[in-house]
Design a protein around this ligand. Structure first.
Ligand code: ZN
Length: 155
């Protein structure tokens, strides 16, 4: 079945201070000392990115008080914000979800609803949480699709 989840692509946590949150993972869980914090001007997020137990973690801090993660923290407190599930065919996954009663949620960074290109693949968000956690799907680019994305973006 093409809508099946293949793997967890990443887990994203909403945090007030990405560096402080990262320090806990470094101190208690052996995350490397040279882990970098990335600043994304497009989405206005500061993100500590690392691999732990075969899953990518993203500790996400909004750079603005009304940012996506800051707003979420005001409502829920810090914690797991969304899980990104890797699927083979994002269109099939979305069709299956919508048929099952899901709605799509706008990507806050791109202002696009439904499948659209991100740096690693095509992504989409559901407007339906699972156990309070937002659902993101990603169809990871083939090497050819990645080349095309990078040539369009000029990176
Ligand atoms: Zn997007």
């Amino acid at each position: 079945m093409s809508e099946e989840v293949r793997a967890i692509k990443h887990m994203a946590f909403a945090v007030r201070d990405a560096r402080a949150a990262l320090e806990s993972y470094q101190r208690f869980l052996g995350v490397p000392e040279d882990t970098e914090i990335h600043e994304y001007q497009g989405s206005r997020n500061r993100v500590a990115l690392f691999d732990l137990g075969g899953v990518e973690y993203q500790l996400c801090e909004s750079m603005d008080p009304d940012g996506r993660f800051a707003t979420w923290i005001n409502e829920h407190g810090e914690g797991l914000h969304h899980i990104c599930y890797e699927v083979e065919d994002i269109d099939a996954a979305l069709e299956h979800a919508v048929k099952s009663g899901a709605a799509l949620r706008e990507c806050k960074a791109c202002k696009i609803t439904g499948s659209h290109p991100h740096p690693e693949g095509f992504v989409a968000f559901l407007d339906n949480d699972a156990a309070g956690i937002e659902i993101e799907f990603m169809q990871v680019y083939t090497p050819e699709e990645l080349k095309e994305y990078e040539s369009v973006k000029g990176i």
